[in-house]
Structures are given as structure tokens and as C-alpha cells.
Design a protein around this ligand. Structure first.
Ligand SMILES: *Cc1c(COP(=O)(O)O)cnc(C)c1O
Length: 478
């Protein structure tokens, strides 16, 4: 890896290890710039920083940016100074249209929506990627050199990465979306960027094909080091670290442990909840909500992690048949046995199927439940929430609402807790699904006005890693 060995040794800084056990312990900046560990595993902190209940309770009423600093600084120690981190966090959230950044809204019956869509691209990925962009440009400036970011997107990561990294010096951003599988608004948010360092690829394939090309490019170590390849997908631990924050702010605001329902694709957002729990947060339960791409629901409920064919649904950002971050949860659930994790992941790569051992499954089921909802149920949930509350929700949030409605029998077995549904996107990003369900179009927020009149830049490419590699090289040489 191009970054290896460049950081001066600092005994105070937090070290990160790979889930597959074959990578040297790395600093936060190494992890930020590398994305994936060189052994193909995912980075996690060597030990989780700890917060006391008093520290967590004190987050109540605090500015979101200050809570973010308290949490992120535990990870970035030794890699960024306090001032650098504070400046990065303030810049990251300056363009959000809600002062609370992640407002918690009560919708009745002890249920809440945690609104995560107030950033520049109207989906929750802004919350982490805006911070990542800021830290990235600082880390690159400190080290010198350029970086090439390649991101596979099911719709929202791409636009959020472009909003966070477009126009930054020393960085090129290549974003691959599955052609025809993202909403018009999602595509326009990506392809209308005017920044010269932004390159859009419409891949003739699925999101999983795009993600698999990214993995192939990373495994081509000569290419990866020649272009200083890096990833900003949720495999990048910095994203998980930034996403822990709203689990803390929501819990502090409620004052009691909550059941968090998380619309899930790549398992990044919900794993951030597990991370918060491992750092001392009291939570009642984490509920995985999937659409018809139900690999995670099947894994939890049947004990077999097996990818099937990918289905196009009303919630395209969750149309995923490989949940990359599940590797992190598996690593924790097997008590950090890196050899087992590495073997399990190589079995899964070969067979597209992994039987989860009983002890590991029991550990996962101790904190997770899972439910899947199809498009019909998703539309019904959008309609029901609109009828009952007058609120328009997006189809991803609606998948969460479906799971929350399924909680009844489970909740009667547990002490009562507020149910917090993560509301991951603004409904205006998915006007067709919303109109089908409610009969009315969601109002268009100012950020989207005029998008349709801008010209688009994108390259349509076949599902072939070699072609993608050539395209990247030719753009970098231009
Ligand atoms: C990315 C995304 C998700 C899924 O999050 P993961 O971290 O991939 O599980 C859910 N909803 C929306 C709107 C998204 O953009």
C-alpha cells in the first residue's frame, strides 16, 4: 500500500487492526486513506474507546458538533490535532439545513424518526462523508501526493462522495452506479457535478457487480499503489466512527435505552450502532430492516448468510446482496477470532454462502433482530404514515417502519423502550415511489430545484474490471 510506513510512530495513537488478522496495526490516518485493509479485511479499533453513562447523559442538549468531537477524537488521537478535528467537523456540518444536524422527531406510540437527511444530498451518507472529505484533504496535504477514490454506489454514496470531495485538490473521484438502477434525482445529483476531479461511470450491471469491480481493483496491488487507490464506501472505518454519533445524541435526548430500527443495505449504518454499544451506549436492540434483498434478514433468522439474485426495489440504496460490513459484526460475534473470520470470508467469496456457527449466531441474535419488507408493504407503510401523521417518508425509511410494525410480539417479551427508526433519506429523492403510495408528489426542497436543467457528464461502461481500470488510467493521464 502506498501509505504504509509514511506515518511517524506515535505511541499514544489508537491502533486499528484488520478483521482478517494479517495487516499491521495502523493509525487512523492510514485507515482513512486506505479504506480496505491490505489483507482484504476491514479495519476496527484494537480496543473500543469507552464512555461512562455520565459522559453519555451529558450529551443531552449539547451541540451535535461537540458530541461528534468528543467521540471522533477518541479515534483520531495522534492522527489529527484537536484543532484540526474541530475545524473539520464544523466545516462538515456547516451546510446542513437543520441546526440539530440529526433531529429526533416523535411520531406517536413511543415511536420516533431520527432524521438523517438534512445534508447537501438529502441522505444519511452526508453525515459521515462530509467529515471524511474534510479529514481526507487534511491527511493528503500533510503527507503529500494524490489519491484516487473509486466508489461503487447504489445511489446515495456516490452523490454524497461527490458533494464531499468534488473540487478538493489532489483527489480524483470515480463513482460507479448501476445503470438505470438509481432514481433520476440520485443520478442527476452525481452527473451534474461540474468539478473536473469527478468522474461518473454508469455500469452495465448491478450494484454488487460494481462493488465486486472495486474489490478487483484493490486486489490488483500494482494498480492500486500506482494510482493510490482508496475507498470511501462504508468499509472505511472513518464512516462508521462518524455514524456512531447520532446513536449517542438520540439516546441522550431520550434519557432511556432505545430500540433502533435501521434500514439496512451494506450493514454500515447499523454496525455503527453496535460500535456505539461497544463504546458504552445502552441500547435495547438493533433491528435490521431490509427490502426484498433480504440477505441480512435471512442470515439472522435462518443462520445462513447467502447471496441471491439482486432485485430492483423502491428502496434502491438497499438493493444489495453482499453486506460488506457484516464482516465486522461477525468478527465481534466470534470474539475477534481473525483466523475464523478470514476463513469464513474466503468460503463466502467462493460459495456465496456461509453457515453461521451456533455460538456466533447466538451472539448476533442477542442484540440484533431482522425483518424484510417487499415493495407492496413499503408503499403501504408510506401511505399509513401519511394518513396517520401527515408526514411524507421516503421508501427506505418506510422499510424501517415496516420492521417497527413487526416488532409487536418481540417487544412484549422485552422491557418497553422507545423505538427509533432511522430516517435515511428525504422523500423528494424518490418522488415516484412516494406519489404511487400517497397520491401526491413530495414537495421539492430548494437543494433539488433546477437539477433537471443542468447538463450531465457520465460514461456508460460494460461490467468488466479491465475496461474500468483503463478508463481510470486514461482519465488520470488526461
Ligand atoms: C446507504 C443507504 C442505506 C443503507 O445503509 P447501509 O449502511 O448500507 O446499511 C439506507 N438508506 C439509504 C437512504 C441509504 O442511502
Amino acid at each position: 500500500m502506498a501509505w504504509r510506513g509514511l506515518a511517524p510512530y506515535n505511541p499514544l495513537q489508537m491502533k486499528f487492526i484488520s478483521t482478517r488478522g494479517q495487516a499491521a496495526p495502523s493509525s487512523f490516518s492510514d485507515v482513512l486513506l486506505a479504506g480496505l485493509a491490505p489483507d482484504g479485511g476491514l479495519y476496527l479499533p484494537q480496543s473500543w474507546p469507552q464512555f461512562t453513562q455520565a459522559e453519555i447523559a451529558a450529551f443531552k442538549g449539547a451541540r451535535y458538533q461537540d458530541v461528534a468531537f468528543a467521540i471522533l477524537s477518541r479515534f483520531t488521537e495522534g492522527s489529527f490535532s484537536d484543532t484540526e478535528l474541530r475545524v473539520a467537523i464544523e466545516a462538515a456540518y456547516a451546510d446542513f439545513d437543520a441546526p440539530q444536524i440529526a433531529p429526533l422527531v416523535e411520531v406517536g406510540d413511543g415511536r420516533y424518526l431520527l432524521e438523517l437527511f438534512h445534508g447537501p444530498t438529502l441522505a444519511f451518507k452526508d453525515i459521515a462523508l462530509q467529515v471524511l472529505g474534510q479529514l481526507f484533504s487534511r491527511a493528503l496535504k500533510a503527507r503529500g501526493g494524490r489519491a484516487t477514490i473509486v466508489a461503487a454506489t447504489s445511489g446515495d454514496t456516490g452523490s454524497a462522495a461527490i458533494a464531499a470531495l468534488g473540487g478538493l485538490p489532489n483527489i480524483d473521484v470515480f463513482v460507479m452506479h448501476p445503470k438505470g438502477r438509481v432514481s433520476d434525482v440520485q443520478r442527476l445529483q452525481m452527473t451534474t457535478s461540474t468539478h473536473a476531479n469527478v468522474h461518473n461511470i454508469a455500469l452495465e450491471g448491478s450494484f454488487d457487480d460494481a462493488q465486486s469491480i472495486v474489490k478487483t481493483l484493490f486486489s490488483d496491488t500494482a494498480f492500486a499503489s500506482q494510482v493510490s487507490l482508496t475507498a470511501v464506501n462504508s468499509i472505511n472505518f472513518a464512516r462508521i466512527a462518524a455514524q456512531c454519533v447520532y446513536y449517542f445524541t438520540a439516546t441522550a435526548q431520550l434519557g432511556v435505552p432505545a430500540t433502533f430500527v435501521v434500514p439496512t443495505g451494506n450493514f454500515g449504518d447499523i454496525f455503527a450502532g453496535e460500535a456505539a454499544w461497544r463504546m458504552g451506549l445502552n441500547a435495547a436492540r438493533f433491528v435490521i430492516a431490509t427490502n426484498a434483498n433480504d440477505i441480512m434478514a435471512r442470515a439472522l433468522n435462518e443462520g445462513v448468510y447467502e447471496s441471491g439474485a439482486s432485485h430492483a426495489t423502491l428502496s434502491p440504496s438497499m438493493d444489495i446482496q453482499v453486506a460488506s460490513n457484516f464482516e465486522r459484526a461477525l468478527f465481534e460475534a466470534c470474539d475477534r477470532d481473525a483466523d475464523w473470520t478470514a476463513a469464513a470470508m474466503s468460503d463466502f467469496a467462493r460459495d456465496r454462502r456461509l453457515g453461521i456457527p451456533q455460538e456466533v449466531l447466538a451472539n448476533l441474535r442477542a442484540r440484533y433482530s431482522a425483518f424484510a419488507a417487499d415493495d407492496l408493504e413499503t408503499r403501504e407503510a408510506i401511505a399509513a404514515v401519511y394518513r396517520q401523521t401527515g408526514r411524507i417518508i421516503d421508501p427506505h425509511t418506510a422499510v424501517g417502519v415496516c420492521a417497527a410494525m413487526n416488532l409487536g410480539p418481540l417487544q412484549s417479551l422485552m422491557p418497553p423502550s422507545p423505538v427509533v427508526i432511522l430516517s435515511t433519506a428525504h422523500p423528494a429523492k424518490f418522488p415516484d415511489a412516494v406519489t404511487q403510495a400517497t397520491g401526491i408528489a413530495p414537495p421539492e426542497p430548494p437543494r433539488l430545484a433546477g437539477l433537471k436543467n443542468l447538463s450531465e457528464r457520465l460514461e456508460i461502461l460494460a461490467n468488466d474490471p479491465l475496461l474500468i481500470k483503463r478508463f481510470i488510467s486514461s482519465r488520470l493521464a488526461a
